[in-house]
Design a protein around this ligand. Structure first.
Ligand SMILES: NC(=O)c1ccc[n+]([C@@H]2O[C@H](COP(=O)([O-])OP(=O)(O)OC[C@H]3O[C@@H](n4cnc5c(N)ncnc54)[C@H](OP(=O)(O)O)[C@@H]3O)[C@@H](O)[C@H]2O)c1
Length: 262
């Protein structure tokens, strides 16, 4: 063993504290994104909250975070629109100066069997769930590389790993997001940036409210833990990946699905 391998520092616990960091969370007005915003703020990050049309909900999240002593602001911009994303970047940088942690969480579904799926349903899902991630990441990752520290956490889905009846568009977007993240991880690994994906199973949010009761029963029956997940159970994984504790984790897909797929 060399001296460096036995240094006490090498055995000190890595911090999950996010003090001094600025995080941007897309789709943070409700559901999983809201829980992520709270989880990052609770660990000391200042948080920029993005949403599309739900500005009044995002405003409430901002106020709740401020009420807990955190720093937050919200930005209602459609991540599928390049001009809007540029505006968001300018506003976030004006308020917070930089973004250290980017959580690409915003996502939508437009479910139909392939036979009934229209071109519009395909394009809409790809434009938000995949192109939106490209557009937002483009604005923020290179400045992270210049500072030699950054975290990108992309919220995919178990559906991107195993597929689903009635979700060819969503599965393609989320599967694409996993492959995008691994490629980006390789490109930025030596620039101090880790890029990871969280793949939730079925989580209690507005998105799963749209799933019929019988469908949810089939899911919980097939889930070893026997229930849907909660937004804060996804957020806990994101907080870990965003922290220094995850400094040697990149290109990973973290399944948070109660054992639904393993
Ligand atoms: N819930 C689940 O079971 C589950 C499972 C696996 C993966 N996921 C993924 O987790 C993420 C969050 O899901 P969720 O269940 O929390 O969804 P949700 O409750 O429907 O919330 C979606 C969030 O995304 C925002 N959003 C949607 N389109 C946007 C756009 N074009 N630009 C900016 N923001 C936009 C929404 O804001 P507005 O209201 O302003 O549009 C909202 O804040 C998604 O990527 C989803 O695919 C969810």
């Amino acid at each position: 063993m060399t001296d460096s391998a036995t240094k006490t520092d090498d055995f000190a616990a890595r911090s999950i504290d996010l003090d001094g960091k600025v995080a941007l969370v897309t789709g943070a007005s409700r559901g999983i994104g809201k829980a992520i915003a709270f989880a990052l703020a609770a660990r000391g990050a200042r948080v920029a909250l993005n949403c599309n049309t739900g500005g009044s909900l995002a405003e409430q999240v901002r106020d709740e975070i401020r009420g807990l002593g955190g720093a937050a602001e919200y930005y209602a911009h459609n991540i599928a629109d390049e001009d809007e994303v540029q505006k968001m970047r300018d506003e976030v940088i004006a308020d917070f100066n930089q973004v250290d942690i980017l959580v690409n969480n915003a996502g939508i579904t437009r479910d139909k069997t392939f036979k009934k799926m229209t071109r519009e349903m395909w394009d809409t899902v790809i434009s938000v769930d995949l192109t939106g991630v490209f557009l937002v990441t483009k604005q923020f990752i290179d400045p992270m590389a210049e500072r030699k520290w950054g975290r990108v956490v992309n919220i995919a889905s178990v559906i991107g790993e195993i597929g689903n009846f009635g979700q060819t568009n969503y599965a393609a977007a989320k599967g694409g997001l996993i492959a995008f993240s691994k490629s980006l991880a390789r490109e930025y690994a030596r620039k101090g940036i880790t890029v990871n994906t969280v793949a939730p199973g079925f989580i209690k949010t507005d998105m799963t409210e749209a799933v019929p009761e019988a469908g949810l029963k089939m899911v919980t029956d097939a889930t070893p833990i026997g229930r849907l997940g909660l937004p804060n159970e996804v957020a806990a994984g994101v907080a870990f990946l965003a922290s220094d504790a995850a400094s040697y984790v990149t290109g990973h897909v973290l399944d948070i699905n109660g054992g639904y797929s393993m």
